[in-house]
Ligand binder design. Structure first.
Ligand SMILES: Cc1cc2nc3c(=O)[nH]c(=O)nc-3n(C[C@H](O)[C@H](O)[C@H](O)COP(=O)(O)OP(=O)(O)OC[C@H]3O[C@@H](n4cnc5c(N)ncnc54)[C@H](O)[C@@H]3O)c2cc1C
Length: 453
């Protein structure tokens, strides 16, 4: 039987494995393919939620999905482990061992699987552009662990800023000890580098978190004046990939939230408690987040000669087959896929990963049946950026609304929330998505608005 291996169970890869399993997999009366999903983690979380995890407004553990269970429900197989290599002539893929996080013992050994079709969907990682001190002193938001680490540091900094709190007290409340020890009493400065969607969304979310933490008694600071949030962007305006009016509107809304927006400031060095910029300015920062760019994971440049671009993404053709090998496909953030209408590549967005997963389902059905492959065309439906829990801003595009429309406020927030719900519907179907939404809504009434431990 034709064996399809999907590496990476993220926004694109998990949707693809789920829908491939449903259409061709083991639960069909006459299965047409064996589908295997590989991910380095045992659980999936939709990456666009990570800024909410970092701000504490979302508990990742209530939104994670177990790959093994999803595999059982949808007729595919799950293998945990990291992609470490492929052999293109033998058509095999090597998956690294899984170690126990506590004592390092081997839980699963290194494994090799043969494939007929390999789909690489490993996403992206933060690009620090070689800026001095950035990797050491700034937190990136690529994983749940990093987002959780930021949240713990934020709580620790808030507690320390009011003075007189010992490491023991901080530790008892579950926050990270030994960090932000230099926070002066009475004030916290948070710097976010990168004025794209992630930086903007995190800035707005953090302002709301500052208010909630204060209302729970975690600090006695003035949430608006004593918790400084500075968003630093090297370009002329925020959200450079979106139309100018979205950027203007976002800047105004952030300023109303008390976020200091600094454009035309290129960060040249990150220190433990400050940032230097090319214009010679110094910004004091107790906590720094780096949200200024992405690149593909380094392993892709070592995949038996598959061609990559300068960001390390796999170069793909319009069929999403890699430039080098007909049997290896790539999608999502890790693929460099041309967008001829805009003379650039398809942007690294969940929307693109979702569209490519839907396309790949049809393409692989055709491939298994021996029919010619279709070609992928990206459709830009616009972009929405969340500005806290009651507002969002963005532009909607496409045939239905006839052009490009600015949307703001609650309606935009509702549209933004529906993106995640569409992902859940793609994974579970509409009835379970509705149940899941109701369940989360009911649970909210018994949970704190910010995760505290
Ligand atoms: C904070 C934040 C906010 C965002 N907000 C938005 C938004 O509002 N709208 C939007 O469209 N996009 C947003 N994005 C971008 C969006 O998350 C990505 O474009 C999208 O997740 C890409 O999907 P993907 O399937 O390519 O990769 P991912 O969703 O990143 O999934 C990659 C998967 O591969 C796995 N993996 C990685 N390396 C390996 C390996 N070596 N071996 C095995 N498995 C591996 C990972 O564990 C992960 O499960 C945001 C991103 C961030 C960080």
């Amino acid at each position: 039987m034709h064996r399809i291996i999907v590496i990476g169970g993220g926004a694109g890869g998990l949707e693809l494995a789920t829908r491939l399993g449903d259409k061709l997999g083991a639960l069909r009366a006459a299965p047409a393919a064996q589908v295997i999903l590989v991910d380095r983690n045992p659980t999936h979380i939709w990456k666009p939620l990570l800024h909410e995890v970092a701000a504490g407004s979302m508990d990742p553990f209530t939104h994670q999905l177990e790959y093994a269970a999803q595999a059982r429900w949808h007729g595919f197989e799950f293998q945990q482990g990291s992609l470490i290599g492929i052999d293109r002539s033998a058509r095999t893929v090597q998956i690294g061992a899984v170690l126990d996080q506590e004592d390092g013992t081997v839980l699963l050994p290194e494994r090799t699987f043969s494939y007929d079709t390999l789909v690489v969907a490993v996403g992206s990682i933060t690009h620090f552009f070689g800026v001095t001190g950035a990797a050491e002193h700034a937190i990136a938001l690529d994983t749940v662990a990093q987002a959780e680490r930021f949240r713990r540091r934020l709580i620790a900094a808030c507690m320390r800023a009011q003075g007189g709190v010992s490491d023991e007290v901080v530790a008892n409340l579950g926050a990270e000890t030994g960090v932000a020890a230099n926070v002066p009493p009475g004030r916290i400065e948070i710097a976010i580098i990168g004025g794209g969607a992630t930086g903007v969304e995190l800035s707005a979310e953090l302002r709301a978190t500052a208010h909630v933490l204060g209302s729970y008694g975690l600090h006695r600071l003035d949430p608006m004046n004593d918790i400084g949030i500075t968003l630093i962007e090297s370009g002329e305006r925020l959200l450079p990939a979106l139309p100018e009016r979205v950027s203007t509107s976002t800047t105004e809304l952030l300023r109303k939230l008390g976020v200091q927006v600094c454009t035309n400031e290129r960060v040249t060095e990150v220190k433990p408690d400050a940032l230097e910029t090319a214009s010679g300015k110094t910004f004091h920062a107790d906590l720094t987040v780096w949200a200024a760019g992405i690149k593909a994971p380094a392993i892709l440049a070592q995949l038996d000669g598959l061609a990559v671009n300068r960001l390390g993404q796999l170069n793909v053709r319009p069929t999403l087959q890699t430039e080098t090998d007909d049997n290896v496909f790539a999608l999502g953030d890790c693929a460099a896929c041309a967008w001829p209408e805009q003379n650039r590549n398809v942007p690294p967005r969940a929307q693109a990963a979702h569209q490519q997963a839907s396309f790949m389902l049809k393409a692989l059905e055709a491939r298994v049946a021996g029919r010619p492959l279709p070609t992928f065309q990206y459709r830009d439906f616009g972009s929405l950026v969340s500005l806290g829990h009651v507002s969002a801003v963005g532009n909607l595009m496409g045939g239905v609304i006839g052009g490009n429309m600015l949307v703001e406020g609650l309606f935009a927030r509702f549209m933004y929330m529906s993106l995640y719900r569409l992902h859940i519907a793609a994974l579970h179907g509409w009835p379970r998505m509705i149940l899941d939404t109701v369940a989360h809504w009911l649970r909210r009434s018994t949970l704190p608005r910010v995760k505290l431990h």
